[in-house]
Unconditional design. Structure first.
Length: 167
């Protein structure tokens, strides 16, 4: 994104203060237009019809005030490079942004993927305390609950999780 600048020193610049409202609008809108189109302050005659809500006839007033200079192709904003970013500067900034964007993409691609998985545990079902080796939740040792067969093993598992088992 490019922006046109309106330096505070223009608040005391005689040329700017003497400009009519229509000339001021043409001047500021033309600054925005030339900044956006990277024309380094060059305004072609056809450009005047593309700049919205301006009176193209005010170009002569801007030349008379010294804010624009008449040139072979059209008009040049006087002192454009002193107050506005030039095409060269904007292209340098674009390249730096592109380089930075690529550097960040490479860094993100090289970074290990970190997956944070948090258990979905509700307060009323969360276990408190520390597990004791060799005991289930009932406090009985695993030797006492040692299965004697497949059916007994199933009962032990069900008891360990607190599910009622039949006879």
């Amino acid at each position: 994104m490019t922006d046109a600048r309106l330096p505070e020193r223009w608040l005391n610049d005689r040329r700017v203060l003497l400009a009519s409202a229509d000339a001021w609008r043409l001047y500021t809108f033309a600054l925005m237009y030339t900044a956006a189109n990277r024309s380094d302050g060059l305004i072609l005659p056809d450009d005047l019809t593309l700049i919205p809500t301006v009176n193209p006839d005010c170009a002569a007033e801007l030349v008379k005030l010294g804010l624009w200079e008449r040139c072979e192709d059209g008009w040049q904003v006087a002192g454009f490079a002193k107050t506005q970013a030039t095409r060269e500067e904007l292209e340098r900034l674009d390249k730096a942004r592109d380089k930075d964007r690529l550097r960040k993409q490479r860094a993100r691609a090289a970074a290990p993927v970190r997956v944070d998985v948090q258990a979905d545990v509700h307060r009323d079902t969360a276990r408190t305390g520390q597990a004791r080796t060799g005991q289930d939740r009932t406090g009985r040792s695993t030797e006492e609950l040692a299965p004697t067969g497949e059916a007994d093993a199933q009962q032990v598992r069900l008891r360990a999780i607190g599910t009622a088992v039949g006879p």
